[in-house]
Design a protein around this ligand. Structure first.
Ligand code: HEM
Length: 461
């Protein structure tokens, strides 16, 4: 049986392109090799070619029809140093399913509605720090906002020293993870040496210990408050607190999570919910300022909302929904879904993949298929008003048993942050320059150089 075609360049050349120009690299591969191709990012023990698919029926086979033949946790071993062994990202099988069922309710429905006010308040707080006339890097601001939102809704920490320390430490740890040194250290075992704490890895271990100290203190506090059955687990002042909800969560046999399990899942949420949402928010503001007529149309809708202080009302607006959907289509924060690793040899089309192959749907390539989306390079929210796409044509949050747990939370946050910014502040692009997507860790984002100017509060103008 033959294997899928792919570039013949040495693995380090492919590795370089995957990191420095990932969109161009996968687009070129699709044009040259077709719907199924493989790239090589490493060589030797533990390195498998990455087999990429993007055609909807192929995506359906892997994500849904045959989902129980694959694992994904094994593909995230590099993240274990950060999120531990009891994380949704690193577990597979029954334990993964159990944790997912315990955690899901915290990010959907009623729980979600409780976070809306915090999202709005955090956005206003960060925006108010900007001077009138100040130019700001959108990506940096979105990172600060999404970090505050996630740490507030996860820990329920009010503004204060501990909140700030946690935010700053997690943000700096994530900067390190996104850097070349950080990524290399997490991925390659030989770089993980402390040498008395003087190496980058030593600094990482110290920072992680400092974060753990805060997290365990919070867990202990939550348990002391009656095993988490505190008033904080209720939507107090319209706010939920994921920490308390996790401490209270019980499986069907009445078994709760240990402190270590709660710690690992809290880190998982902080790590996976921060960069992805920050990147998607930055893209949304980028596309809105590249297309002033779309921004104008959105503002008209926002201004006509009968109660824009109510997050639920904002959330339901159709054009705002279409803008967020189109942002996640044209620039999905994650270029690919998680790798699917087959436990047994797996037959797919004309290929027979040996056990342990790494197969992944390329979200970006599916979202840019001309046979699904007219003029896929154009930002056109209207396409989501007129048409419904299937879960294999449009899947910014992946699918089946690994589908993103924060999908509704992320879209909710995108809507509230964008609406709050546009409703209250007069913003304009510093220039209408086109920016190339850059990689930040595992996310694809506009560069820091994309800037907006704050022309002041709308009410004052
Ligand atoms: C716009 C923002 C986001 C995007 C684009 C995004 C995208 C994704 C994607 C593509 C996956 C892989 C799904 C698969 O392979 O089938 C994923 C998984 C995951 N995401 Fe997100 N995500 C976002 C925000 C969030 C947020 C806010 C949270 C937490 C509150 C979160 C937590 C997770 C977790 C825990 C997983 C692993 C799920 C599992 O393995 O079962 N994500 N996300």
């Amino acid at each position: 049986m033959n294997s899928p075609p792919g570039p013949k360049a040495p693995y380090f050349v492919q590795h370089y392109r995957w990191f420095h120009e990932p969109l161009e690299f996968v687009e070129e591969c699709r044009q040259r090799y077709g719907d199924v191709f493989q790239i090589r990012l490493g060589e030797g023990k533990g390195h498998y070619p990455l087999i990429m698919i993007n055609k909807p029926e192929h995506v359906q086979s892997i994500l849904t029809d045959d989902f129980n033949k694959f694992d994904s946790g094994e593909g995230h071993l590099a993240l274990q140093a950060l999120v531990g062994e009891n994380s949704l990202l690193t577990m597979d099988g029954a334990k993964h399913a159990l944790h997912k069922n315990l955690m899901k309710p915290q990010f959907y429905g009623e729980a979600l509605r409780g976070y809306g006010t915090a999202m709005r308040d955090v956005t206003n707080r960060h925006m108010s720090k900007l001077e009138r006339g100040e130019t700001f890097s959108v990506r940096n601001l979105m990172q600060r906002i999404s970090m505050s939102v996630i740490s507030n809704t996860v820990f329920g920490l009010e503004k204060g020293a501990e909140h700030e320390e946690l935010e700053n430490r997690v943000a700096s740890l994530m900067n390190w993870v996104a850097s070349l040194v950080g990524y290399t250290s997490l991925t390659y075992e030989p770089f993980r040496k402390e040498f008395g704490g003087i190496t980058p890895w030593g600094a990482f271990v110290r920072e992680r210990a400092a974060i753990d100290k805060i997290v365990y203190r919070q867990i202990e506090r939550s348990r002391q408050n009656g095993g988490g059955s505190t008033r904080d687990s209720e939507p107090k002042n319209g706010r939920h607190n994921v920490l308390n909800l996790l401490v209270q969560a019980k499986d069907e046999e009445g078994q709760g999570m240990s402190d270590l399990e709660v710690r690992d899942e809290l880190m998982t949420i902080l790590v996976s919910g921060h960069e992805t949402t920050a990147s998607s928010l930055t893209w949304a503001l980028y596309w809105l300022h590249q297309n002033p007529e779309i921004k104008e149309k959105l503002l008209e809708e926002l201004d006509s909302c009968d109660d824009p202080t109510d997050p639920q009302k904002l959330y339901a607006l159709p054009y705002l929904t279409a803008v967020c959907n189109e942002t996640l289509r044209i620039c999905p924060a994650l270029l690919i879904a998680f790798v699917r690793i087959n436990r047994e040899p797996y037959r797919f089309l004309d290929y027979e993949f040996p056990a342990h192959s790494n197969i992944t749907p390329c979200i970006y390539l599916t979202h840019h298929r001309k046979d699904i989306f007219d003029n896929p390079e154009e930002f056109r929210p209207e396409r989501f008003l007129n048409k419904q796409y299937t879960a294999f044509e449009y899947y910014p949050f992946g699918g089946s048993n690994r589908r993103c747990i924060g999908s509704s939370y992320a879209v909710y946050e995108m809507k509230i942050v964008i609406a709050t910014m546009l409703l209250n502040w007069e913003l304009r692009a510093k220039d209408r320059k086109k920016f190339k997507a850059t990689r930040r860790g595992i996310t694809i984002t506009p560069p820091e150089a994309f800037q907006l100017v704050n022309d002041g509060k709308r009410a004052d103008i």
